[in-house]
Design a protein around this ligand. Structure first.
Ligand code: HEM
Length: 528
Protein backbone atom coordinates (compact mmCIF):
# COMPACT_ATOMS: atom_id res chain seq x y z
CA UNK A 1 0.00 0.00 0.00
CA UNK A 2 1.30 3.45 -0.78
CA UNK A 3 0.98 6.46 1.47
CA UNK A 4 -1.39 8.05 -1.02
CA UNK A 5 -3.84 5.17 -1.53
CA UNK A 6 -4.40 6.04 -5.12
CA UNK A 7 -4.55 9.84 -5.04
CA UNK A 8 -1.70 11.87 -6.40
CA UNK A 9 -0.75 14.52 -3.90
CA UNK A 10 0.71 17.80 -5.03
CA UNK A 11 4.16 19.21 -4.40
CA UNK A 12 5.82 22.41 -3.24
CA UNK A 13 4.47 25.35 -1.31
CA UNK A 14 0.94 26.37 -2.10
CA UNK A 15 -0.41 29.39 -0.28
CA UNK A 16 -3.65 28.86 1.60
CA UNK A 17 -5.91 30.99 -0.59
CA UNK A 18 -5.42 28.47 -3.40
CA UNK A 19 -6.87 25.61 -1.40
CA UNK A 20 -9.32 27.09 1.11
CA UNK A 21 -12.27 28.71 -0.71
CA UNK A 22 -13.71 30.09 2.56
CA UNK A 23 -10.40 31.23 3.95
CA UNK A 24 -11.95 34.43 5.31
CA UNK A 25 -13.74 32.34 7.96
CA UNK A 26 -10.40 31.46 9.50
CA UNK A 27 -9.14 34.14 11.92
CA UNK A 28 -5.76 35.82 11.50
CA UNK A 29 -3.82 38.27 13.71
CA UNK A 30 -5.05 41.87 13.72
CA UNK A 31 -3.23 44.66 11.86
CA UNK A 32 -2.47 42.67 8.72
CA UNK A 33 -0.53 44.81 6.23
CA UNK A 34 -0.39 44.71 2.44
CA UNK A 35 2.76 42.93 1.15
CA UNK A 36 4.09 42.16 4.63
CA UNK A 37 0.97 40.32 5.79
CA UNK A 38 1.44 39.44 9.46
CA UNK A 39 5.23 39.51 9.18
CA UNK A 40 5.68 42.77 11.08
CA UNK A 41 6.92 42.08 14.57
CA UNK A 42 7.33 38.38 13.74
CA UNK A 43 10.25 36.82 15.50
CA UNK A 44 12.08 34.76 12.88
CA UNK A 45 13.85 32.86 15.62
CA UNK A 46 10.86 31.49 17.52
CA UNK A 47 7.98 31.05 15.05
CA UNK A 48 6.51 28.01 16.81
CA UNK A 49 6.31 29.57 20.26
CA UNK A 50 4.91 32.72 18.72
CA UNK A 51 2.28 30.72 16.84
CA UNK A 52 1.28 29.01 20.07
CA UNK A 53 0.75 32.39 21.75
CA UNK A 54 -1.27 33.57 18.78
CA UNK A 55 -3.28 30.38 18.62
CA UNK A 56 -4.33 30.81 22.21
CA UNK A 57 -5.93 34.11 21.25
CA UNK A 58 -7.28 33.13 17.84
CA UNK A 59 -8.64 29.63 18.48
CA UNK A 60 -8.21 26.04 17.27
CA UNK A 61 -7.70 27.04 13.63
CA UNK A 62 -6.05 30.25 12.44
CA UNK A 63 -3.86 31.58 9.68
CA UNK A 64 -0.71 33.63 9.37
CA UNK A 65 0.70 35.32 6.33
CA UNK A 66 4.27 36.39 5.69
CA UNK A 67 4.72 38.21 2.41
CA UNK A 68 3.04 36.00 -0.21
CA UNK A 69 2.81 32.86 1.86
CA UNK A 70 -0.27 32.18 3.91
CA UNK A 71 -0.44 29.16 6.18
CA UNK A 72 -3.39 27.62 8.00
CA UNK A 73 -2.52 26.34 11.48
CA UNK A 74 -4.50 23.77 13.42
CA UNK A 75 -3.94 23.42 17.18
CA UNK A 76 -7.30 22.22 18.47
CA UNK A 77 -7.67 18.54 19.29
CA UNK A 78 -10.94 17.99 17.38
CA UNK A 79 -9.64 19.33 14.08
CA UNK A 80 -6.23 17.67 14.53
CA UNK A 81 -7.97 14.31 15.00
CA UNK A 82 -9.82 14.85 11.73
CA UNK A 83 -6.54 15.63 9.95
CA UNK A 84 -5.17 12.33 11.28
CA UNK A 85 -7.81 10.42 9.28
CA UNK A 86 -5.67 8.72 6.63
CA UNK A 87 -8.63 8.11 4.34
CA UNK A 88 -9.10 11.88 3.93
CA UNK A 89 -5.64 13.35 4.54
CA UNK A 90 -1.97 12.51 3.90
CA UNK A 91 1.40 13.99 4.82
CA UNK A 92 2.09 17.26 3.08
CA UNK A 93 5.72 18.01 2.31
CA UNK A 94 5.37 21.72 2.95
CA UNK A 95 6.84 24.40 5.17
CA UNK A 96 10.10 23.43 6.79
CA UNK A 97 10.19 19.92 5.42
CA UNK A 98 10.12 21.06 1.75
CA UNK A 99 12.99 23.45 2.49
CA UNK A 100 15.13 20.43 3.33
CA UNK A 101 14.64 18.90 -0.11
CA UNK A 102 17.88 20.36 -1.50
CA UNK A 103 19.83 18.30 1.02
CA UNK A 104 17.56 15.31 1.76
CA UNK A 105 15.79 15.02 -1.63
CA UNK A 106 13.54 11.97 -1.83
CA UNK A 107 14.94 10.53 1.41
CA UNK A 108 12.25 9.04 3.66
CA UNK A 109 11.46 12.21 5.61
CA UNK A 110 11.27 14.65 2.70
CA UNK A 111 9.92 12.37 -0.07
CA UNK A 112 6.65 13.37 -1.67
CA UNK A 113 3.96 10.74 -1.20
CA UNK A 114 3.94 9.88 -4.89
CA UNK A 115 7.70 9.33 -5.20
CA UNK A 116 8.43 5.62 -5.68
CA UNK A 117 11.54 5.81 -3.52
CA UNK A 118 9.43 6.44 -0.41
CA UNK A 119 7.76 3.02 -0.54
CA UNK A 120 10.96 1.30 -1.65
CA UNK A 121 13.06 2.77 1.16
CA UNK A 122 10.29 2.31 3.72
CA UNK A 123 9.96 -1.40 2.92
CA UNK A 124 13.71 -1.96 2.81
CA UNK A 125 14.43 -0.07 6.04
CA UNK A 126 11.43 -0.88 8.25
CA UNK A 127 12.94 -4.23 9.38
CA UNK A 128 15.87 -2.16 10.71
CA UNK A 129 13.46 -0.99 13.42
CA UNK A 130 11.98 -4.35 14.35
CA UNK A 131 12.15 -5.59 17.92
CA UNK A 132 14.94 -7.93 16.96
CA UNK A 133 16.96 -5.15 15.34
CA UNK A 134 16.42 -2.93 18.37
CA UNK A 135 17.68 -5.63 20.70
CA UNK A 136 20.84 -5.74 18.57
CA UNK A 137 21.35 -1.96 18.91
CA UNK A 138 20.91 -2.05 22.68
CA UNK A 139 24.52 -2.92 23.66
CA UNK A 140 25.83 -0.18 21.38
CA UNK A 141 23.45 2.31 22.97
CA UNK A 142 24.82 1.28 26.36
CA UNK A 143 28.40 1.76 25.19
CA UNK A 144 27.68 5.31 24.06
CA UNK A 145 25.79 6.09 27.30
CA UNK A 146 28.84 4.92 29.24
CA UNK A 147 30.98 7.39 27.36
CA UNK A 148 28.58 10.13 28.33
CA UNK A 149 28.78 9.04 31.96
CA UNK A 150 32.58 9.04 31.88
CA UNK A 151 32.34 12.62 30.70
CA UNK A 152 29.79 13.57 33.39
CA UNK A 153 31.80 11.81 36.09
CA UNK A 154 34.78 13.98 35.27
CA UNK A 155 32.69 17.16 35.19
CA UNK A 156 30.99 16.26 38.47
CA UNK A 157 34.30 15.43 40.15
CA UNK A 158 35.72 18.77 39.00
CA UNK A 159 32.67 20.61 40.33
CA UNK A 160 31.72 21.73 36.82
CA UNK A 161 28.20 21.91 35.43
CA UNK A 162 27.36 19.94 32.27
CA UNK A 163 26.05 21.32 28.98
CA UNK A 164 22.88 19.24 28.65
CA UNK A 165 21.79 19.87 25.03
CA UNK A 166 25.42 19.73 23.87
CA UNK A 167 26.06 16.42 25.61
CA UNK A 168 22.73 14.91 24.61
CA UNK A 169 23.52 15.79 21.00
CA UNK A 170 26.89 14.07 21.28
CA UNK A 171 25.18 11.03 22.74
CA UNK A 172 22.39 10.75 20.20
CA UNK A 173 24.65 11.46 17.21
CA UNK A 174 27.10 8.77 18.30
CA UNK A 175 24.23 6.37 18.94
CA UNK A 176 22.62 6.64 15.50
CA UNK A 177 26.03 6.78 13.80
CA UNK A 178 27.23 3.60 15.48
CA UNK A 179 24.03 1.57 15.43
CA UNK A 180 22.99 2.62 11.93
CA UNK A 181 26.27 3.10 10.14
CA UNK A 182 29.10 1.59 12.21
CA UNK A 183 30.63 5.04 12.36
CA UNK A 184 32.23 6.94 15.22
CA UNK A 185 32.23 10.75 15.08
CA UNK A 186 34.42 10.94 18.16
CA UNK A 187 32.04 13.49 19.69
CA UNK A 188 33.07 12.90 23.30
CA UNK A 189 36.70 13.51 22.46
CA UNK A 190 35.92 17.03 21.26
CA UNK A 191 35.32 20.22 23.13
CA UNK A 192 33.23 21.69 20.30
CA UNK A 193 30.36 20.01 18.46
CA UNK A 194 31.42 17.87 15.51
CA UNK A 195 31.39 19.92 12.27
CA UNK A 196 28.66 17.57 11.03
CA UNK A 197 26.44 18.88 13.83
CA UNK A 198 27.30 22.49 13.06
CA UNK A 199 26.52 21.97 9.38
CA UNK A 200 23.26 20.24 10.28
CA UNK A 201 22.17 23.03 12.65
CA UNK A 202 23.05 25.54 9.91
CA UNK A 203 20.91 23.68 7.38
CA UNK A 204 17.94 23.35 9.74
CA UNK A 205 18.10 27.00 10.76
CA UNK A 206 18.30 28.09 7.14
CA UNK A 207 15.32 25.88 6.25
CA UNK A 208 13.32 27.55 9.02
CA UNK A 209 14.18 31.05 7.79
CA UNK A 210 13.20 30.11 4.25
CA UNK A 211 9.66 29.53 5.55
CA UNK A 212 9.03 33.23 5.77
CA UNK A 213 11.30 34.72 3.12
CA UNK A 214 9.77 34.51 -0.38
CA UNK A 215 12.01 33.36 -3.26
CA UNK A 216 12.50 36.80 -4.89
CA UNK A 217 13.73 38.25 -1.58
CA UNK A 218 16.24 35.49 -0.86
CA UNK A 219 19.18 37.17 -2.70
CA UNK A 220 18.45 40.34 -0.75
CA UNK A 221 17.73 39.03 2.73
CA UNK A 222 19.57 35.73 2.84
CA UNK A 223 22.55 36.19 0.53
CA UNK A 224 25.22 35.33 3.10
CA UNK A 225 23.04 32.70 4.73
CA UNK A 226 22.48 31.02 1.35
CA UNK A 227 26.20 30.86 0.68
CA UNK A 228 26.77 29.40 4.10
CA UNK A 229 23.97 26.93 3.53
CA UNK A 230 25.56 25.67 0.32
CA UNK A 231 28.80 25.07 2.19
CA UNK A 232 26.91 23.25 4.97
CA UNK A 233 25.15 21.00 2.48
CA UNK A 234 28.42 20.23 0.73
CA UNK A 235 29.96 19.25 4.06
CA UNK A 236 27.03 16.97 4.94
CA UNK A 237 27.33 15.28 1.55
CA UNK A 238 31.09 14.85 1.86
CA UNK A 239 30.80 13.31 5.31
CA UNK A 240 28.12 10.90 4.24
CA UNK A 241 29.95 9.94 1.06
CA UNK A 242 33.01 9.10 3.14
CA UNK A 243 30.95 6.90 5.48
CA UNK A 244 29.44 5.06 2.51
CA UNK A 245 32.79 4.75 0.71
CA UNK A 246 34.34 3.28 3.82
CA UNK A 247 31.64 0.64 4.04
CA UNK A 248 31.76 -0.16 0.34
CA UNK A 249 35.51 -0.59 0.39
CA UNK A 250 35.03 -3.71 2.57
CA UNK A 251 38.12 -4.50 4.44
CA UNK A 252 40.17 -1.45 3.48
CA UNK A 253 41.75 0.57 6.26
CA UNK A 254 43.27 4.00 6.64
CA UNK A 255 41.98 7.52 6.53
CA UNK A 256 40.20 8.67 3.44
CA UNK A 257 40.00 12.33 2.55
CA UNK A 258 38.98 15.22 4.75
CA UNK A 259 36.40 13.34 6.78
CA UNK A 260 39.00 10.92 8.14
CA UNK A 261 36.75 7.89 7.89
CA UNK A 262 38.47 4.59 8.61
CA UNK A 263 36.92 1.42 7.40
CA UNK A 264 37.65 -2.04 8.63
CA UNK A 265 35.08 -4.02 6.72
CA UNK A 266 31.42 -4.33 5.92
CA UNK A 267 28.70 -4.30 8.52
CA UNK A 268 26.36 -7.10 9.38
CA UNK A 269 22.82 -5.94 8.97
CA UNK A 270 22.79 -2.35 10.19
CA UNK A 271 20.86 0.39 8.37
CA UNK A 272 23.71 1.09 5.97
CA UNK A 273 23.94 -2.56 5.02
CA UNK A 274 20.25 -2.59 4.36
CA UNK A 275 20.54 0.53 2.21
CA UNK A 276 23.44 -0.87 0.20
CA UNK A 277 22.62 -4.52 -0.06
CA UNK A 278 18.99 -5.32 0.59
CA UNK A 279 16.64 -5.67 -2.33
CA UNK A 280 12.93 -4.98 -1.99
CA UNK A 281 11.35 -8.27 -0.89
CA UNK A 282 8.74 -8.23 -3.65
CA UNK A 283 10.16 -6.24 -6.56
CA UNK A 284 13.87 -6.99 -6.06
CA UNK A 285 14.61 -3.28 -6.56
CA UNK A 286 17.51 -1.61 -4.72
CA UNK A 287 18.18 1.95 -3.56
CA UNK A 288 20.29 3.97 -6.01
CA UNK A 289 23.62 5.44 -4.88
CA UNK A 290 22.09 8.93 -4.89
CA UNK A 291 19.17 7.77 -2.78
CA UNK A 292 21.47 6.03 -0.29
CA UNK A 293 23.24 9.35 0.19
CA UNK A 294 19.88 11.06 0.86
CA UNK A 295 18.84 8.35 3.31
CA UNK A 296 22.12 8.42 5.25
CA UNK A 297 21.81 12.20 5.72
CA UNK A 298 18.15 11.81 6.65
CA UNK A 299 18.83 9.18 9.29
CA UNK A 300 21.88 10.89 10.74
CA UNK A 301 19.89 14.11 11.15
CA UNK A 302 16.39 12.81 11.96
CA UNK A 303 17.91 10.09 14.12
CA UNK A 304 19.56 12.35 16.65
CA UNK A 305 18.44 15.97 16.78
CA UNK A 306 14.91 15.36 18.08
CA UNK A 307 15.93 12.65 20.57
CA UNK A 308 18.60 14.94 21.94
CA UNK A 309 15.97 17.63 22.57
CA UNK A 310 13.57 15.15 24.18
CA UNK A 311 16.27 13.97 26.60
CA UNK A 312 17.30 17.54 27.38
CA UNK A 313 13.76 18.67 28.21
CA UNK A 314 13.20 15.57 30.35
CA UNK A 315 16.42 16.25 32.28
CA UNK A 316 15.41 19.87 32.77
CA UNK A 317 12.13 18.82 34.40
CA UNK A 318 13.75 16.09 36.49
CA UNK A 319 16.24 18.61 37.87
CA UNK A 320 13.40 21.06 38.56
CA UNK A 321 11.25 18.50 40.35
CA UNK A 322 13.32 16.50 42.84
CA UNK A 323 10.17 14.67 44.02
CA UNK A 324 9.48 13.34 40.52
CA UNK A 325 13.17 12.51 40.03
CA UNK A 326 13.14 10.55 43.31
CA UNK A 327 10.10 8.58 42.14
CA UNK A 328 11.74 7.79 38.80
CA UNK A 329 15.03 6.89 40.48
CA UNK A 330 13.28 4.56 42.92
CA UNK A 331 11.78 2.75 39.94
CA UNK A 332 15.17 2.36 38.28
CA UNK A 333 16.71 1.02 41.49
CA UNK A 334 13.82 -1.41 41.92
CA UNK A 335 13.72 -2.68 38.32
CA UNK A 336 17.42 -2.77 37.54
CA UNK A 337 18.74 -3.64 40.99
CA UNK A 338 22.47 -4.32 40.86
CA UNK A 339 22.60 -5.05 37.14
CA UNK A 340 25.50 -2.98 35.86
CA UNK A 341 24.45 -3.18 32.22
CA UNK A 342 20.65 -3.43 32.09
CA UNK A 343 19.37 -5.76 29.39
CA UNK A 344 17.12 -4.83 26.49
CA UNK A 345 13.99 -6.15 28.22
CA UNK A 346 14.70 -4.16 31.37
CA UNK A 347 14.29 -0.82 29.62
CA UNK A 348 10.61 -1.13 28.70
CA UNK A 349 9.92 -2.00 32.34
CA UNK A 350 10.81 1.56 33.39
CA UNK A 351 7.20 2.70 33.14
CA UNK A 352 7.49 5.88 35.17
CA UNK A 353 10.69 7.00 33.44
CA UNK A 354 8.87 6.56 30.14
CA UNK A 355 6.03 8.74 31.44
CA UNK A 356 8.55 11.47 32.26
CA UNK A 357 9.75 11.29 28.68
CA UNK A 358 6.21 11.34 27.25
CA UNK A 359 5.33 14.33 29.39
CA UNK A 360 8.46 16.19 28.24
CA UNK A 361 7.48 15.41 24.62
CA UNK A 362 3.95 16.61 25.31
CA UNK A 363 5.05 20.04 26.52
CA UNK A 364 7.92 20.36 24.05
CA UNK A 365 7.37 18.06 21.07
CA UNK A 366 10.82 18.43 19.61
CA UNK A 367 9.47 18.08 16.07
CA UNK A 368 6.86 20.72 16.84
CA UNK A 369 4.59 20.53 13.78
CA UNK A 370 3.64 18.42 10.78
CA UNK A 371 1.54 19.15 7.70
CA UNK A 372 -1.48 17.33 6.33
CA UNK A 373 -3.13 17.73 2.96
CA UNK A 374 -6.57 16.79 1.66
CA UNK A 375 -6.63 13.72 -0.61
CA UNK A 376 -9.88 14.99 -2.18
CA UNK A 377 -12.19 17.99 -1.77
CA UNK A 378 -13.49 17.92 1.78
CA UNK A 379 -14.80 20.07 4.63
CA UNK A 380 -12.76 20.35 7.80
CA UNK A 381 -14.76 20.46 11.03
CA UNK A 382 -17.93 20.65 8.94
CA UNK A 383 -17.14 24.35 8.39
CA UNK A 384 -13.99 24.89 6.35
CA UNK A 385 -14.06 23.64 2.77
CA UNK A 386 -10.71 22.43 1.44
CA UNK A 387 -9.84 21.64 -2.15
CA UNK A 388 -7.86 18.53 -2.95
CA UNK A 389 -4.22 19.28 -2.12
CA UNK A 390 -5.06 22.06 0.37
CA UNK A 391 -3.10 21.67 3.55
CA UNK A 392 -2.75 22.75 7.17
CA UNK A 393 0.08 22.74 9.64
CA UNK A 394 -0.76 20.82 12.82
CA UNK A 395 0.88 22.72 15.66
CA UNK A 396 1.70 19.76 17.87
CA UNK A 397 2.74 21.95 20.75
CA UNK A 398 -0.69 23.62 20.81
CA UNK A 399 -2.51 20.30 20.39
CA UNK A 400 -0.54 18.97 23.35
CA UNK A 401 -1.68 21.90 25.49
CA UNK A 402 -5.33 22.01 24.43
CA UNK A 403 -7.12 22.60 27.76
CA UNK A 404 -10.13 20.60 26.57
CA UNK A 405 -7.95 17.51 26.51
CA UNK A 406 -5.26 18.22 29.08
CA UNK A 407 -7.19 20.41 31.51
CA UNK A 408 -6.75 23.95 32.77
CA UNK A 409 -3.26 23.09 34.05
CA UNK A 410 -2.07 21.87 30.64
CA UNK A 411 1.18 23.84 30.95
CA UNK A 412 2.16 22.01 34.13
CA UNK A 413 4.65 19.12 33.99
CA UNK A 414 2.88 16.02 35.34
CA UNK A 415 4.04 12.57 34.14
CA UNK A 416 0.93 10.93 35.65
CA UNK A 417 -0.99 12.19 32.64
CA UNK A 418 0.56 9.14 30.98
CA UNK A 419 -0.39 6.46 33.45
CA UNK A 420 -2.26 3.66 31.71
CA UNK A 421 -5.74 4.62 32.94
CA UNK A 422 -5.31 8.28 31.97
CA UNK A 423 -4.08 7.31 28.50
CA UNK A 424 -7.04 4.95 28.00
CA UNK A 425 -9.47 7.68 29.05
CA UNK A 426 -8.16 10.18 26.50
CA UNK A 427 -9.50 10.57 22.97
CA UNK A 428 -7.27 9.17 20.19
CA UNK A 429 -4.93 11.44 18.21
CA UNK A 430 -4.35 13.84 21.10
CA UNK A 431 -0.65 12.98 21.60
CA UNK A 432 1.31 13.15 18.35
CA UNK A 433 5.01 13.83 18.96
CA UNK A 434 5.91 11.30 16.26
CA UNK A 435 3.45 12.51 13.63
CA UNK A 436 0.68 10.36 12.24
CA UNK A 437 -0.30 7.74 9.69
CA UNK A 438 1.82 6.07 7.04
CA UNK A 439 4.43 8.84 7.24
CA UNK A 440 4.74 8.82 11.04
CA UNK A 441 8.22 8.46 12.53
CA UNK A 442 9.94 5.21 11.57
CA UNK A 443 12.45 5.72 14.43
CA UNK A 444 9.90 6.06 17.24
CA UNK A 445 10.82 2.86 19.08
CA UNK A 446 14.49 3.54 18.56
CA UNK A 447 14.16 7.01 20.12
CA UNK A 448 12.01 5.84 23.02
CA UNK A 449 14.29 2.93 23.84
CA UNK A 450 17.43 5.02 23.67
CA UNK A 451 16.00 7.91 25.70
CA UNK A 452 14.44 5.70 28.40
CA UNK A 453 17.68 3.74 28.76
CA UNK A 454 19.75 6.91 29.06
CA UNK A 455 17.39 8.59 31.53
CA UNK A 456 17.43 5.42 33.64
CA UNK A 457 21.22 5.30 33.65
CA UNK A 458 21.58 8.98 34.49
CA UNK A 459 18.97 8.92 37.25
CA UNK A 460 20.63 5.92 38.80
CA UNK A 461 24.06 7.48 38.77
CA UNK A 462 23.53 11.19 39.51
CA UNK A 463 21.63 13.65 41.61
CA UNK A 464 20.68 16.43 39.20
CA UNK A 465 20.18 20.03 40.19
CA UNK A 466 19.59 23.17 38.13
CA UNK A 467 21.84 26.17 37.93
CA UNK A 468 20.40 28.85 40.22
CA UNK A 469 18.35 31.39 38.30
CA UNK A 470 18.03 29.39 35.07
CA UNK A 471 14.73 29.90 33.30
CA UNK A 472 13.82 27.64 30.41
CA UNK A 473 14.39 29.28 27.04
CA UNK A 474 13.70 27.28 23.92
CA UNK A 475 15.65 27.65 20.69
CA UNK A 476 13.99 26.78 17.39
CA UNK A 477 15.68 25.45 14.25
CA UNK A 478 12.76 23.48 12.85
CA UNK A 479 13.25 21.41 16.03
CA UNK A 480 12.97 22.60 19.63
CA UNK A 481 15.92 22.58 22.03
CA UNK A 482 16.44 24.08 25.49
CA UNK A 483 18.92 26.90 25.30
CA UNK A 484 21.77 27.38 27.75
CA UNK A 485 20.63 24.49 29.93
CA UNK A 486 23.38 23.40 32.32
CA UNK A 487 22.96 21.09 35.31
CA UNK A 488 24.98 20.16 38.36
CA UNK A 489 25.57 16.41 38.42
CA UNK A 490 26.64 14.70 41.60
CA UNK A 491 27.49 10.99 41.76
CA UNK A 492 25.21 9.02 44.04
CA UNK A 493 27.11 6.79 46.42
CA UNK A 494 26.78 3.05 46.72
CA UNK A 495 24.74 2.40 43.57
CA UNK A 496 25.24 -0.09 40.77
CA UNK A 497 27.01 0.99 37.63
CA UNK A 498 30.49 1.09 36.28
CA UNK A 499 33.08 2.51 38.58
CA UNK A 500 34.70 5.11 36.36
CA UNK A 501 37.47 5.64 38.88
CA UNK A 502 38.93 2.58 37.17
CA UNK A 503 38.55 3.97 33.68
CA UNK A 504 41.48 5.44 31.80
CA UNK A 505 41.58 9.19 32.44
CA UNK A 506 41.53 10.14 28.78
CA UNK A 507 39.84 8.71 25.69
CA UNK A 508 41.71 6.28 23.46
CA UNK A 509 44.09 7.94 21.06
CA UNK A 510 43.07 8.12 17.40
CA UNK A 511 45.86 5.70 16.56
CA UNK A 512 44.50 2.89 18.72
CA UNK A 513 42.43 0.33 16.82
CA UNK A 514 38.75 1.13 16.56
CA UNK A 515 36.64 -0.69 19.15
CA UNK A 516 34.54 -3.62 18.01
CA UNK A 517 30.79 -3.63 18.44
CA UNK A 518 29.15 -6.59 20.23
CA UNK A 519 27.88 -7.76 16.85
CA UNK A 520 31.49 -8.04 15.79
CA UNK A 521 31.38 -5.07 13.46
CA UNK A 522 34.33 -2.73 13.85
CA UNK A 523 33.46 0.89 14.43
CA UNK A 524 34.91 3.18 11.79
CA UNK A 525 36.22 6.72 11.80
CA UNK A 526 36.62 9.32 14.49
CA UNK A 527 37.77 12.34 12.54
CA UNK A 528 35.89 15.33 11.13
C1 HEM B 1 12.13 11.95 20.10
C2 HEM B 1 12.62 11.67 18.91
C3 HEM B 1 11.88 11.86 17.61
C4 HEM B 1 10.81 12.65 17.31
C5 HEM B 1 10.06 13.61 18.24
C6 HEM B 1 10.49 12.42 15.92
C7 HEM B 1 9.42 13.02 15.24
C8 HEM B 1 9.06 12.72 13.95
C9 HEM B 1 7.89 13.24 13.28
C10 HEM B 1 6.87 14.21 13.89
C11 HEM B 1 7.86 12.72 12.03
C12 HEM B 1 6.79 12.98 10.96
C13 HEM B 1 7.08 14.25 10.21
C14 HEM B 1 6.01 14.64 9.22
O1 HEM B 1 4.88 14.14 9.24
O2 HEM B 1 6.32 15.49 8.38
C15 HEM B 1 9.03 11.88 11.90
C16 HEM B 1 9.37 11.18 10.75
C17 HEM B 1 10.55 10.50 10.61
N1 HEM B 1 11.48 10.23 11.57
FE1 HEM B 1 11.39 10.78 13.51
N2 HEM B 1 11.38 11.52 15.41
C18 HEM B 1 12.25 11.14 16.40
C19 HEM B 1 13.29 10.24 16.31
C20 HEM B 1 13.69 9.62 15.15
C21 HEM B 1 14.77 8.65 15.05
C22 HEM B 1 15.60 8.15 16.23
C23 HEM B 1 14.86 8.32 13.72
C24 HEM B 1 15.81 7.35 13.06
C25 HEM B 1 16.58 6.51 13.68
C26 HEM B 1 13.85 9.06 13.01
C27 HEM B 1 13.64 9.01 11.65
C28 HEM B 1 12.52 9.52 11.01
C29 HEM B 1 12.24 9.33 9.60
C30 HEM B 1 13.15 8.61 8.60
C31 HEM B 1 11.01 9.93 9.34
C32 HEM B 1 10.26 9.95 8.02
C33 HEM B 1 9.33 8.75 7.97
C34 HEM B 1 8.53 8.64 6.68
O3 HEM B 1 8.03 9.65 6.19
O4 HEM B 1 8.40 7.53 6.18
N3 HEM B 1 13.15 9.83 13.91
N4 HEM B 1 9.74 11.88 13.08
Amino acid sequence: MTATTGTTTARGFRSAELGWPELRRIPHPPYRLPVLGDALGTNLRTPVQESLRLGRRLGPIFRRKAFTKEIVFVGGAGLAAELADESRFAKHVGVGVANLRPVAGDGLFTAYNHEPNWQLAHDVLAPGFSREAMAGYHPLMLDVAERLMDHWDRAGAAGETVDVPGDMTKLTLETIARTGFGHDFGSFERSRPHPFVEAMVGTLTYAQRRNVVPDPLVPLLLRGASRHNRADMAYLNETVDAVVRARRSRGGTGNRGGTGVRDRGAGSGDLLDRMLETAHPRTGERLSAENVRRQVITFLVAGHETTSGALSFALHYLARHPDLAARARAEVDRVWGDTVRPGYEQVARLRYVRRVLDEALRLWPTAPAFSREARADTVLGGVHPMRRGAWALVLTMMLHRDPEVWGADADRFDPDRFDAAAVRARAPHTFKPFGTGARACIGRQFALHEATLVLGLLLRRYELSPEPGYRLRVAERLTLMPEGLRLNVERRVGVAGRDTARLPPSPPSPSSPPPSSPSGRPVTGTGD
